[in-house]
Design a protein around this ligand. Sequence first.
Ligand code: ATP
Ligand code: MG
Length: 429
Amino acid sequence: MSKSLQAIRGMNDILPEQTPLWRYFESTVARLLDNYGYRQIRMPIVEFTELFKRSIGEVTDIVEKEMYTFDDRNGDSLTLRPEGTAACVRAVLEHGITGGGQVQKLWYVGPMFRHERPQKGRYRQFHQIGLEVFNLEGPDIDAELIVMTWRLWGELGLRDAVKLELNSLGTSESRGRYREALVEFLSAHLDKLDEDSQRRLKTNPLRVLDTKNAETQAVLVDAPKMADYLDDESRAHFEGLKARLDAVGIPYVINPKLVRGLDYYSKTVFEWVTDKLGAQGTVCAGGRYDGLVEQMGGKPTPGVGFAMGIERLVLMLEALDKVPEELSRQVDVYLCAFGEAAELAALSLSERIRDQLPNLRLQINAGAGSFKSQFKKADKSGALYALILGDDEMAQQVVGFKPLRGQGEQQSIAWDALAAHLATCVVQG
Ligand code: ATP
Ligand code: MG
């Protein structure tokens, strides 16, 4: 096939077989967020390139090598968003909805774009559900974010398959002091560091901590620890968070090497990781970014947020066989009509039923094919019941009501009684 007729590498179609699971995941999260008092915000997927450079940081993987950047027809440099926080902060500043200290608890969902090497769980267009909270500075809100995701894993049946990793990066002052100590230590072992780490040592030394290189990792064993450099405020914040997680009974491990790829984090950082997806193990990641809003031109405004990767969570639900049974059935009732008069009656009858049962999933197959072929389709649709409307039924103003999943014999139901009958036998969500 010619290349222009194929999707771009790393950008996937999500086919009709897959969308029920996506919708299940997204609606489960949306309901949870509603219940905790978060409100949805929708940002554009394109922003000025400068926004991402300023917020994410020039010396990060995303800005250095992963952004889809182009000049538009006005000559402005634009970028397909690689993540949601920058645009969300831009939006709250632009609309002045945090500047007076107002608390905002916001969430968003949508595609993100990063030019990475496509592989299982890593794509160039992928999807996140993320949230950001502004103007709450205590550890209680960090805890709420984590507690909420813990509840989500519970609802999805994933609790046993994920692990929470936590760290504190401290305030920017304490991180500055730590950075100095780390640079001094690493500089003394320069020859043992991999090339990437040598470069990062100059540009973004904390990132050396999350190297995948075994030799560099060996050097890091004796490196200074961030925990020893935390100021009192950051330490108290971190203890406050841990106490809350303990109170709810959420297990966690402290990972001193967890620094996250973006520059803007301070104090709490966390990741939910799994060993069920191979190398792409982080399914949800976030942290606090108390300096970001100010850095972007706003008043000092504490912030904290996270984002989860929908593809990875969908893959996990599949891998662990946690796809709810009912998703395989997208039709409740399948109406087969035979003959011209029956087809017309089927349409008006089905509309009457929809009036009375707005949640019923009813599919009509009118006029298409023999009795046998219509039945085959009804069965294949996964419907629980077939309704049959032929000459005999027309004459008596009834439908044949045929259970398709072994729930009893076929019976005749009068048109007027049909909606009430369906209401008793189809469980509606
Ligand atoms: P990774 O270390 O896997 O590259 P990241 O630190 O770059 O992740 P974040 O920027 O924190 O990721 O994004 C939050 C979440 O979005 C990740 O935990 C992951 O679930 C998902 N994610 C990030 N990049 C991709 C991608 N290229 N494809 C699919 N999902 C992704
Ligand atoms: Mg990444």
